[in-house]
Design a protein around this ligand. Structure first.
Ligand code: ADP
Ligand code: TRP
Length: 331
């Protein structure tokens, strides 16, 4: 039997950025080949930050188009929206009754907010439990995510173990699959970790003009065109490594290191811009096609909702019966 893989992304902005792609989605694409892959759009999670209904609706569609354009394939993976599986909210409640407060108090999204003196709402506090429900409702064995989500998968493992011990063995204990190396923390324009919440992100499907403006604004040191510059750790070079061929990377490194060759950061940025467009060229073409055919996207999401249903219903039957409520509630 093939392993069940599950992952998702929160549609809190309209575009997937290079950090999301190299830190998480690229791995999802590799894993879908093996079968059993489930990729969803975490709409309810986005409600902790997006409170404009039109914006949330358009972000959801936009993320679906990004997924498909980047190579998530509905022939291989089940692709769906969280709201098409409303039972996650029921499961989330049941799991929350087994979740110690201390476990959630240690979670970074909540802790960071509190440490900055911002009061958090219950949704943000309880968000790792909803994430556990997302994972466990399809009885997932492995969860490919970026490093910053590892803690949440560990919370899921604790909660699943507690459920199995308290009631009966319903859930496998899922493994986080984390990418190591340079893609583990893709830098943003300011050199910090790329994140939509820091406003330093390079979105893959940005217009060429916007992308160029953002690439040109990447922060560098003040060395001039004739100075020797250290490529490693330099944001322009670190991003270039993700999108350029090995030869191109070596050539840029040589040019940066050489002095008196008239090669400055402006030139490197132009090469980075061109390499990003080249790397994502097919995806950008596919994205345009999907924008012109939104009904095709809707159909894929509906089909995903239908295909995920049997596993969701079988898990919820097992959960309800394990805890002692009616396993087929009257609707
Ligand atoms: P953001 O920080 O922009 O809000 P999310 O938290 O929605 O991004 O992350 C979605 C997925 O992409 C997660 O698995 C996360 O670990 C990964 N990811 C996000 N930013 C980066 C980054 N800069 N480098 C590597 N992976 C990232
Ligand atoms: N919290 C994840 C993020 O911000 C999104 C997410 C929600 C998720 N539920 C999930 C990821 C379940 C993996 C599995 O990126």
């Amino acid at each position: 039997m093939s392993l069940i893989t599950l992952s998702g992304l929160t549609p809190s902005s309209s575009g997937i950025h290079m950090g999301n792609y190299f830190g998480a989605i690229r791995q999802w694409i590799d894993l879908q080949q093996a079968g059993g892959a489930h990729y969803f759009i975490a709409s309810y999670h986005a409600l902790t930050t997006v409170r404009k209904p039109e914006l949330l609706a358009s972000n959801i569609t936009s993320v679906a188009m990004d997924y498909l354009a980047l190579g998530l394939d509905p022939e291989m993976a089940v692709i769906y929206r969280q709201e098409d599986v409303p039972e996650v909210c029921e499961l989330s409640w049941i799991l929350s009754t087994l979740t110690p407060m201390g476990l959630l108090e240690r979670c970074h999204a909540y802790k960071d907010k509190i440490s900055r003196g911002i009061s958090a709402d219950h949704g943000l506090f309880a968000y790792p439990v909803l994430m556990a429900a997302d994972i466990l409702i399809v009885r997932s064995n492995r969860v490919p995510v970026g490093n910053d989500q590892k803690q949440h998968v560990e919370v899921t493992r604790d909660i699943a173990g507690k459920f199995n011990q308290t009631f009966s063995e319903v859930f496998p204990i899922p493994e986080p699959l984390i990418i190591e190396g340079s893609a583990a923390k893709v830098p943003g324009m300011d050199g910090q970790k790329m994140s939509k919440s820091y406003g330093n992100d390079l979105c893959i499907f940005e217009t060429e003009k916007k992308l160029r403006k953002k690439v040109m604004s990447i922060v560098t040191d003040s060395k001039g065109v004739e100075d020797s510059k250290e490529p490693d750790g330099n944001t322009v070079f670190e991003l270039y490594k993700l999108v350029a061929s090995r030869d191109q990377v070596e050539t840029m490194a040589d040019k940066l290191r050489s002095s008196g060759v008239g090669y400055g950061y402006g030139h490197a940025k132009q090469e980075l811009h061109d390499a990003i467009l080249e790397y994502f060229s097919d995806a950008r073409t596919r994205r345009k096609h999907l924008e012109d055919n939104p009904s095709q996207v809707e159909e894929i999401l509906r089909d995903g909702a239908t295909r995920v249903r049997p596993i969701v219903e079988s898990t919820m039957d097992a959960v309800r019966s394990a805890v002692g409520v009616s396993s087929r509630p009257t609707r």
